[in-house]
Write a new protein. Sequence first.
Length: 399
Amino acid sequence: MTSTAQIEYLGHKGEGVALIDGERVFVPFALPGEEVMLTRDDDRGTLLEVLTPSADRQAPFCPHFGVCGGCQLQHLAPEAYRAFKIGLVETPLRQAGIEAKVEKFVDAGGTGRRRATLHARKDAAGYMRLRSHDLLDLDICPILVPSLRQAPDIARAIGAMIGPCDVSFTATDTGIDVSVRSAVKGLKGDRLTGLGNRFRLARLAFNGEMLFLSQMPRVSMGKGEVELPIGSFLQATSEAEQALADYVTAAVGKARSVADLFCGIGPFALRLAEKSTVFAADSDKPGVAALDKAVRHAKGLKAVTAKARDLFRDPLTRFELDYDCVVLDPPRAGADAQVREIAMSKLGHVVMVACDPKSFARDASTLMKSGFSMSELTAFDQFVWSSHIEIAAKFIRGR
């Protein structure tokens, strides 16, 4: 059924929200203040036409915008876009009873994303269409770094050989690292090996096993060179990694001993170790091993102890938290168990980085209820044009 409606505000996923018959209807690509024509399926609206455009509407730069499910906000002008992203941080904090303002907004998009996962089929490769399991066959994705320009072609070639799969790309200092995942039982990836030379890849892996290697994928982090484990986590842009590391290093300050928890492959630990002794822990065993190897081959670092530990099930206890500062950078679920131990410890200095505003607000609330104050709240926008945001803050007890 076709109807017209007024868009009231943007939801946290970047969708316009209209109130129709007293119910909220979420309309992608619509902006606050616009009168739109739409079709409605329960609480989901499909934009047919913008009858009265918002002054905050701009022309998207990607030809696939509006069809591809990858970006949500290319149509939003810079000032309104920035306000929306800041709201993603401040609103959950306010809902948790914390009145705080983002002190700094960092554009960390840089030259584009160095990581991407494309879906591939026998005859297509790309991202899923908006609100769909249908695949959009891509010729180009302009939000990726230039070195990943061939990613759709590589994914298409892989899909043509083995059928449905996910193809993850990482642009590294030594070339493109490709990791293929398929759920088809009994499928072997041996036939893909020739694609390594064809596309001049650094490495090609299938379901976690290496098929091809011309150069070990490496990324520089401070004074260290990290060899990336297959499928390892890396910040989406190199600019975001550097900006977050600069923030963490400054917020840690003159602390002589630091625990870097949820350390991953060590983007913070390797830089912090230039001035502090570091204990680094994460459940990612290959990531911790890669960090340990990088430390052993780096020069000019203080002692770094890297351990594999599940900090969700086995957080550092209040009796183990004998450090001048703790750095937290958990995944989307946050660091609830670890933060509770910190709250009951004598630790007085925490620096927290987070990728989920709701779990960040929850963990910040736990710290503040135990006597910490929060400062230097900063938003880092590395997933540009999406509804995601990175957050960092400094916590000092007893201020």
